[in-house]
Design a protein around this ligand. Structure first.
Ligand SMILES: Nc1ncnc2c1ncn2[C@@H]1O[C@H](COP(=O)(O)OP(=O)(O)OP(=O)(O)O)[C@@H](O)[C@H]1O
Length: 283
């Protein structure tokens, strides 16, 4: 078995030029029922700097997909491309295709608001609004035109329950979310994402600012959430990827080097660069 290094470091490697993507499709297709998103030949540039190269990846439904790789390899850029948030940077250009449930998200007829509702996002640092817990969770549904108090009450309760924080906060719904612990804030942000009924949840290092107990609560929550949602999680922590994900994608220098069942990727990497990375030889 290949030994996973304890932690990744904040460095990049250079000069690795061999061909990308070892995708063990046979095994993959046997184990998977359906894909919720399909990425084909995706390239992305920030101005003249190319950040993603020919990415091909099927995102499985109701499973956890981890994205690992050294700092600057394109992990955040990649997941922000999945809900087109990356295009908030005006110099971004893309080529290739991304499908959400067989619809091309770059097609002009595909509404971006709909995409961002269906493909929700949770960020690295908890970012609640300076409002009550209730108003944070009710925010999205209100934007979508839901006004009735009974309906909002129901959504808030369900979302907080699904984010495994209802019991802790049910008597403090009027409290300002800023007064909560970091771990509680992050679960409120997850509840806020759930309140608009997403299908896919993108998580960009959601536990990197949390203590170990809050981290394990979020990790347990991810296991619960995958019963209903498809989750893509960027993590610097390979132990975390090994613990919570079903599939793992290893990115390096903007390339998807290897994408496989998590156990396979960590125990039997097919690409030398993956092996070097997970054993801590670089990055
Ligand atoms: N807004 C931006 N404008 C220009 N270049 C950017 C921008 N955001 C990211 N990049 C570049 O794109 C490349 C990929 O960055 P990205 O943040 O996606 O990597 P990452 O793997 O998520 O890194 P980290 O683990 O440090 O968060 C880097 O070279 C980075 O400098």
């Amino acid at each position: 078995m290949t030994k996973i290094s304890e932690e990744t470091q904040e460095t990049r490697t250079g000069g690795l030029t061999s061909k990308p993507v070892v995708d063990r499709k046979d095994k993959q297709q046997k184990r998977e029922s359906k894909n919720v998103m399909q990425v084909e030949d995706l390239n992305l540039w920030y101005g003249s700097n190319q950040a993603l190269y020919e990415i091909n990846m099927d995102v499985p439904e109701k499973r956890v997909t981890a994205i690992i790789g050294p700092s600057g390899c394109g992990k955040s850029t990649f997941i922000k491309t999945l809900n087109r948030m990356v295009e908030m940077v005006p110099i971004v250009k893309t080529s290739g295709s991304i499908k959400y449930r067989d619809q091309d998200i770059f097609n002009g007829n595909f509404k971006q608001e709909y995409l961002r509702t269906k493909v929700g996002m949770v960020f690295q640092s908890p970012n609640p609004f300076p409002k009550s817990v209730y108003d944070n969770v009710a925010y999205g549904p209100r934007v979508h035109g839901i006004k009735k108090k009974e309906v909002l009450d129901e959504i808030v309760e369900k979302s907080l329950k699904d984010a495994a924080i209802w019991d802790e906060l049910k008597d403090r719904l009027d409290a300002n979310a800023y007064g909560l612990s970091g771990g509680q804030q992050q679960r409120v942000c997850i509840a806020r994402a759930l309140a608009v009924e997403p299908d896919v949840i993108l998580m960009d290092e959601p536990t990197s600012s949390l203590d170990p107990i809050s981290t394990s609560k979020v990790e347990e929550l991810v296991q619960e959430l995958k019963k209903k949602y498809s989750i893509i999680i960027v993590t610097h922590n390979m132990q975390q990827a090994a613990r919570i994900s079903d599939k793992t994608a290893f990115f390096l220098n903007g390339e998807l080097v290897e994408f496989a069942e998590t156990d396979d990727l960590f125990q039997n990497p097919q690409d030398k660069r993956t092996e070097d990375y997970i054993t801590g030889r670089f990055g």
